[in-house]
Design a protein. Structure first.
Length: 276
């Protein structure tokens, strides 16, 4: 969509589709990147939303919320807004009828070519949030990383929460792995490998780890089974992409990360025949 959104969006209705894994080191403490689609179909990034805020706990993904939004002047990306005032919870979009209600909102504007999206990202549009349809998912992989937040991050967070009795054990756990999709899109001359920062993949890892009694290999295999074998084999997979601020600002080649996945059921053969 080419229309520029105004700097002030009173009573904006947003379908929340993205909640990323929390980061503890910000001037606001632990925050999540929350994003969604306006009723007009435009993407908006709502930042900051504290991870421990009561409002954040109230709404889930695919929940419509109403709130006032103010363009975040310190962020050049056109989709970034700050919440102003309280949230009002509206309806929740269920998965009935093969996700029909969700698809009617989410799939209104879909990129099928990552090169085209990158062109719009680095051009005048400065697109920093988008839905992308991969033409082929080649792999789902992971990389082991540091298993804890840096000590200076935790110390700073505890200092910021002196009145909340926040200790090391209550700080959100850091996932000791980074997860990636390798894929192609239309017009690609090479493959792409993007990290997944979605809350769901981190939460799934912890749930699988607990179910397997701390066996990391078994937990990782379960995560792969869902994100690769299930989503790619049985589902119609789309990516929600968002840019890293610094990488986008410095015009790095590909500033995007996968901030969420959308995986409605594949259409059946009978449905395809009827659509024709």
């Amino acid at each position: 969509m080419d229309e520029t959104l105004p700097a002030w969006l009173p009573a904006a209705e947003v379908l929340v589709t993205v909640k990323t894994y929390p980061l503890p080191l910000t001037s606001f403490g632990e925050v999540v990147c929350t994003a969604g689609l306006l009723s007009s179909g435009h993407w908006v990034r709502i930042y900051p939303i504290p991870f421990r805020a009561e409002e954040y706990k109230l709404f889930s993904k695919y929940q419509w919320i109403r709130l006032d939004l103010k363009k975040k002047s310190s962020d050049f990306r056109p989709e970034t807004y700050s919440p102003a005032g309280k949230y009002e919870l509206l309806g929740f979009l269920d998965t009935k009828d093969r996700w029909r209600r969700r698809k009617s909102v989410v799939l209104g504007n879909v990129y099928t070519s990552l090169p085209n999206l990158l062109e719009d990202s680095h051009g005048e549009k400065r697109v920093s949030l988008a839905t992308l349809k991969p033409s082929q998912v080649i792999d789902f992989s992971w990389k082991e990383v540091e298993g804890d937040w840096p000590e200076n991050w935790k110390k700073r967070l505890r200092q910021m929460n002196l009145f909340c009795d926040l200790d090391s054990k209550s700080i959100v756990r850091k996932v000791p792995y980074e997860f990636y999709y390798t894929f192609r899109t239309e017009d690609d001359s090479s493959t792409h490998r993007l990290m997944i920062t979605d809350w769901e993949v981190g939460a799934l890892y912890w749930n699988c780890l607990a179910r397997h009694g701390g066996n990391e290999t078994a937990a990782l295999n379960d995560v792969r089974a869902k994100y690769y074998h299930s989503f790619c084999g049985k589902r119609d997979l789309f990516f929600f992409l968002g840019t890293n601020y610094e990488s986008h600002y410095r015009r790095f080649g590909n500033p995007f990360m996968i901030v969420g996945v959308f995986y409605p059921p594949r259409a059946t053969d009978s449905q395809l025949t009827l659509d024709l």
